[in-house]
Ligand binder design. Structure first.
Ligand code: ZN
Length: 259
Protein backbone atom coordinates (compact mmCIF):
# COMPACT_ATOMS: atom_id res chain seq x y z
CA UNK A 1 0.00 0.00 0.00
CA UNK A 2 1.46 3.33 -1.03
CA UNK A 3 1.39 6.13 1.50
CA UNK A 4 -0.01 9.32 0.07
CA UNK A 5 2.12 12.44 0.22
CA UNK A 6 1.14 16.08 -0.28
CA UNK A 7 3.15 19.25 -0.18
CA UNK A 8 2.89 20.90 3.26
CA UNK A 9 3.24 24.70 3.05
CA UNK A 10 4.02 24.92 6.77
CA UNK A 11 6.88 22.35 6.69
CA UNK A 12 7.86 23.52 3.18
CA UNK A 13 8.26 19.96 1.89
CA UNK A 14 6.32 16.82 0.88
CA UNK A 15 4.80 15.06 3.86
CA UNK A 16 2.81 11.93 4.54
CA UNK A 17 -0.82 12.75 5.11
CA UNK A 18 -3.58 11.48 7.35
CA UNK A 19 -7.28 12.02 6.60
CA UNK A 20 -9.44 13.88 9.13
CA UNK A 21 -13.14 14.79 8.91
CA UNK A 22 -13.61 18.55 8.70
CA UNK A 23 -16.55 20.86 8.06
CA UNK A 24 -16.08 23.32 5.24
CA UNK A 25 -18.58 26.14 4.75
CA UNK A 26 -19.21 27.36 1.22
CA UNK A 27 -21.09 30.52 0.44
CA UNK A 28 -23.41 29.98 -2.53
CA UNK A 29 -25.61 32.89 -3.62
CA UNK A 30 -25.53 34.42 -0.10
CA UNK A 31 -26.37 31.10 1.54
CA UNK A 32 -23.90 29.33 3.83
CA UNK A 33 -23.66 25.63 3.06
CA UNK A 34 -21.59 23.46 5.41
CA UNK A 35 -20.11 20.28 3.96
CA UNK A 36 -18.42 17.48 5.91
CA UNK A 37 -15.51 15.83 4.16
CA UNK A 38 -12.26 13.93 4.84
CA UNK A 39 -9.28 16.27 4.23
CA UNK A 40 -5.56 15.42 4.19
CA UNK A 41 -3.49 16.70 7.13
CA UNK A 42 0.29 16.75 7.50
CA UNK A 43 1.34 13.96 9.91
CA UNK A 44 4.25 16.07 11.19
CA UNK A 45 2.79 19.54 11.88
CA UNK A 46 -0.94 18.72 11.62
CA UNK A 47 -1.72 21.46 9.06
CA UNK A 48 -4.70 20.91 6.79
CA UNK A 49 -3.39 20.49 3.25
CA UNK A 50 -5.09 21.34 0.02
CA UNK A 51 -5.85 18.70 -2.56
CA UNK A 52 -7.28 19.84 -5.89
CA UNK A 53 -9.48 16.76 -6.40
CA UNK A 54 -10.96 17.00 -2.91
CA UNK A 55 -11.41 20.79 -3.17
CA UNK A 56 -13.47 20.31 -6.31
CA UNK A 57 -15.44 17.50 -4.70
CA UNK A 58 -16.55 19.42 -1.61
CA UNK A 59 -17.54 22.39 -3.71
CA UNK A 60 -19.72 20.09 -5.86
CA UNK A 61 -21.20 18.62 -2.67
CA UNK A 62 -22.09 22.14 -1.50
CA UNK A 63 -23.71 22.91 -4.88
CA UNK A 64 -25.80 19.72 -4.66
CA UNK A 65 -26.85 20.58 -1.11
CA UNK A 66 -27.84 24.07 -2.28
CA UNK A 67 -29.92 22.58 -5.15
CA UNK A 68 -31.63 20.25 -2.69
CA UNK A 69 -32.46 23.09 -0.31
CA UNK A 70 -33.84 25.30 -3.07
CA UNK A 71 -35.54 22.44 -4.95
CA UNK A 72 -33.57 23.26 -8.10
CA UNK A 73 -33.16 20.86 -11.01
CA UNK A 74 -29.82 19.03 -11.09
CA UNK A 75 -27.59 19.33 -14.19
CA UNK A 76 -28.40 15.75 -15.20
CA UNK A 77 -32.13 16.46 -15.00
CA UNK A 78 -31.75 19.53 -17.22
CA UNK A 79 -29.79 17.42 -19.72
CA UNK A 80 -32.50 14.72 -19.68
CA UNK A 81 -35.18 17.36 -20.17
CA UNK A 82 -33.40 18.77 -23.23
CA UNK A 83 -32.67 15.32 -24.69
CA UNK A 84 -36.33 14.42 -24.33
CA UNK A 85 -37.00 17.01 -27.06
CA UNK A 86 -34.01 15.86 -29.14
CA UNK A 87 -32.25 19.22 -29.53
CA UNK A 88 -28.83 20.77 -28.87
CA UNK A 89 -28.01 22.93 -25.86
CA UNK A 90 -27.99 26.05 -28.04
CA UNK A 91 -31.30 25.25 -29.72
CA UNK A 92 -32.91 24.48 -26.36
CA UNK A 93 -31.71 27.84 -24.99
CA UNK A 94 -33.05 29.66 -28.06
CA UNK A 95 -36.38 27.81 -27.87
CA UNK A 96 -36.75 29.11 -24.30
CA UNK A 97 -35.70 32.63 -25.27
CA UNK A 98 -32.44 32.41 -23.27
CA UNK A 99 -28.91 33.43 -24.24
CA UNK A 100 -27.21 30.66 -26.22
CA UNK A 101 -24.63 29.49 -23.61
CA UNK A 102 -27.18 29.36 -20.75
CA UNK A 103 -28.22 25.71 -20.98
CA UNK A 104 -24.62 24.62 -21.50
CA UNK A 105 -23.64 26.38 -18.27
CA UNK A 106 -26.48 24.73 -16.32
CA UNK A 107 -25.64 21.29 -17.66
CA UNK A 108 -22.01 21.91 -16.64
CA UNK A 109 -23.08 22.65 -13.06
CA UNK A 110 -23.77 26.40 -12.85
CA UNK A 111 -26.67 27.20 -10.52
CA UNK A 112 -29.77 28.50 -12.29
CA UNK A 113 -31.90 31.32 -10.88
CA UNK A 114 -35.27 30.27 -9.53
CA UNK A 115 -37.04 32.03 -12.44
CA UNK A 116 -35.14 29.92 -14.99
CA UNK A 117 -35.69 26.82 -12.88
CA UNK A 118 -39.44 27.50 -13.00
CA UNK A 119 -39.25 27.92 -16.76
CA UNK A 120 -37.49 24.55 -17.08
CA UNK A 121 -40.10 22.88 -14.86
CA UNK A 122 -42.84 24.32 -17.06
CA UNK A 123 -41.39 22.99 -20.31
CA UNK A 124 -41.10 19.50 -18.83
CA UNK A 125 -44.74 19.37 -19.91
CA UNK A 126 -44.61 18.70 -23.70
CA UNK A 127 -47.55 21.00 -24.42
CA UNK A 128 -45.74 23.91 -22.75
CA UNK A 129 -42.53 23.12 -24.60
CA UNK A 130 -44.33 23.39 -27.93
CA UNK A 131 -45.96 26.70 -26.90
CA UNK A 132 -42.57 28.06 -25.88
CA UNK A 133 -40.95 26.92 -29.15
CA UNK A 134 -43.78 28.57 -31.11
CA UNK A 135 -43.27 31.75 -29.10
CA UNK A 136 -39.56 31.76 -30.00
CA UNK A 137 -39.91 30.24 -33.46
CA UNK A 138 -37.94 33.02 -35.12
CA UNK A 139 -34.88 32.06 -33.04
CA UNK A 140 -35.01 28.46 -34.29
CA UNK A 141 -34.20 26.92 -37.65
CA UNK A 142 -37.09 25.18 -39.38
CA UNK A 143 -35.41 21.84 -38.72
CA UNK A 144 -35.01 22.52 -34.99
CA UNK A 145 -38.61 23.63 -34.63
CA UNK A 146 -39.86 20.54 -36.49
CA UNK A 147 -37.82 18.22 -34.26
CA UNK A 148 -39.38 19.76 -31.16
CA UNK A 149 -42.89 19.66 -32.62
CA UNK A 150 -42.58 16.04 -33.78
CA UNK A 151 -41.24 14.88 -30.42
CA UNK A 152 -44.00 16.72 -28.56
CA UNK A 153 -46.64 15.13 -30.80
CA UNK A 154 -45.09 11.70 -30.31
CA UNK A 155 -45.21 12.13 -26.52
CA UNK A 156 -48.79 13.39 -26.59
CA UNK A 157 -49.89 10.40 -28.68
CA UNK A 158 -48.05 8.07 -26.34
CA UNK A 159 -49.81 9.52 -23.27
CA UNK A 160 -53.25 9.19 -24.86
CA UNK A 161 -52.51 5.57 -25.90
CA UNK A 162 -51.58 4.72 -22.33
CA UNK A 163 -54.73 6.32 -21.03
CA UNK A 164 -56.80 4.32 -23.53
CA UNK A 165 -55.14 1.07 -22.45
CA UNK A 166 -55.98 1.81 -18.81
CA UNK A 167 -59.60 2.46 -19.77
CA UNK A 168 -59.74 -0.79 -21.78
CA UNK A 169 -58.44 -2.77 -18.82
CA UNK A 170 -60.91 -1.13 -16.49
CA UNK A 171 -63.84 -1.89 -18.81
CA UNK A 172 -62.86 -5.54 -19.23
CA UNK A 173 -62.32 -5.87 -15.51
CA UNK A 174 -65.72 -4.46 -14.70
CA UNK A 175 -67.41 -6.69 -17.26
CA UNK A 176 -65.69 -9.75 -15.78
CA UNK A 177 -66.60 -8.71 -12.26
CA UNK A 178 -70.23 -8.47 -13.31
CA UNK A 179 -70.04 -11.98 -14.80
CA UNK A 180 -68.24 -13.42 -11.83
CA UNK A 181 -70.63 -11.73 -9.48
CA UNK A 182 -73.60 -13.38 -11.24
CA UNK A 183 -71.83 -16.76 -11.26
CA UNK A 184 -71.10 -16.44 -7.56
CA UNK A 185 -74.70 -15.49 -6.77
CA UNK A 186 -75.99 -18.47 -8.75
CA UNK A 187 -73.48 -20.78 -7.16
CA UNK A 188 -74.27 -19.61 -3.64
CA UNK A 189 -77.97 -19.95 -4.35
CA UNK A 190 -77.49 -23.54 -5.48
CA UNK A 191 -75.29 -24.21 -2.49
CA UNK A 192 -77.89 -22.81 -0.11
CA UNK A 193 -80.69 -24.85 -1.68
CA UNK A 194 -78.66 -28.03 -1.49
CA UNK A 195 -76.76 -27.39 1.70
CA UNK A 196 -78.08 -30.63 3.29
CA UNK A 197 -76.49 -32.62 0.42
CA UNK A 198 -73.10 -30.95 0.34
CA UNK A 199 -72.48 -30.48 4.01
CA UNK A 200 -68.91 -31.72 3.87
CA UNK A 201 -68.05 -29.03 1.29
CA UNK A 202 -69.67 -26.16 3.09
CA UNK A 203 -66.46 -24.98 4.67
CA UNK A 204 -64.68 -24.77 1.30
CA UNK A 205 -67.63 -22.88 -0.17
CA UNK A 206 -67.60 -20.49 2.77
CA UNK A 207 -63.93 -19.75 2.17
CA UNK A 208 -64.63 -19.13 -1.48
CA UNK A 209 -67.33 -16.67 -0.56
CA UNK A 210 -64.99 -14.87 1.83
CA UNK A 211 -62.26 -14.60 -0.78
CA UNK A 212 -64.67 -13.22 -3.30
CA UNK A 213 -66.08 -10.71 -0.83
CA UNK A 214 -62.57 -9.62 0.09
CA UNK A 215 -61.65 -9.12 -3.54
CA UNK A 216 -64.78 -7.10 -4.28
CA UNK A 217 -64.15 -4.81 -1.31
CA UNK A 218 -60.53 -4.32 -2.38
CA UNK A 219 -61.60 -3.52 -5.91
CA UNK A 220 -64.18 -0.97 -4.78
CA UNK A 221 -61.88 0.79 -2.35
CA UNK A 222 -58.87 0.97 -4.67
CA UNK A 223 -60.39 1.10 -8.07
CA UNK A 224 -57.22 2.15 -9.87
CA UNK A 225 -55.09 -0.62 -8.43
CA UNK A 226 -57.58 -3.29 -9.46
CA UNK A 227 -55.50 -5.07 -12.14
CA UNK A 228 -52.98 -5.98 -9.45
CA UNK A 229 -55.70 -8.07 -7.81
CA UNK A 230 -56.72 -9.72 -11.04
CA UNK A 231 -54.17 -12.42 -10.31
CA UNK A 232 -56.09 -13.30 -7.16
CA UNK A 233 -58.91 -14.42 -9.40
CA UNK A 234 -57.00 -17.53 -10.34
CA UNK A 235 -57.39 -18.65 -6.77
CA UNK A 236 -61.17 -18.35 -7.13
CA UNK A 237 -61.62 -20.24 -10.36
CA UNK A 238 -59.09 -22.42 -12.11
CA UNK A 239 -60.48 -23.06 -15.59
CA UNK A 240 -58.65 -21.73 -18.63
CA UNK A 241 -61.39 -19.38 -19.71
CA UNK A 242 -61.73 -17.93 -16.23
CA UNK A 243 -61.83 -14.15 -15.86
CA UNK A 244 -58.60 -14.45 -13.89
CA UNK A 245 -56.54 -15.84 -16.75
CA UNK A 246 -57.81 -13.26 -19.25
CA UNK A 247 -57.10 -10.41 -16.91
CA UNK A 248 -53.69 -11.70 -16.06
CA UNK A 249 -52.84 -11.48 -19.74
CA UNK A 250 -54.27 -8.00 -20.00
CA UNK A 251 -52.42 -6.87 -16.93
CA UNK A 252 -49.14 -7.90 -18.50
CA UNK A 253 -49.87 -5.76 -21.56
CA UNK A 254 -46.82 -3.47 -21.89
CA UNK A 255 -48.12 -0.09 -20.74
CA UNK A 256 -44.78 1.61 -21.10
CA UNK A 257 -44.21 0.67 -24.71
CA UNK A 258 -43.52 4.33 -25.58
CA UNK A 259 -40.35 4.52 -23.52
ZN1 ZN B 1 3.54 19.98 7.91
Amino acid sequence: MSIKENFCVNCDENREVTLKMVTIVHKIKDEEIPVQILMPHCVICGSQLSDLDIDEKHFDMALDEFRKRKKLLFPEQIKNLREKYGISQRAFARALGLAEPTINRYEQGAIQDIVYNNLLLLVDEPENMLKMAEQNKENLSEKEFNIIRNNVHKMQKCFSDEEKTFKDIKNVLEEKIEMLSNDMSNLLEIVNKNSHKIDKNSRAIGELDNKFGFFMREYRTQNVAAPRHAITWNTITKTNDSPGSNLKELYQYPLNKCN
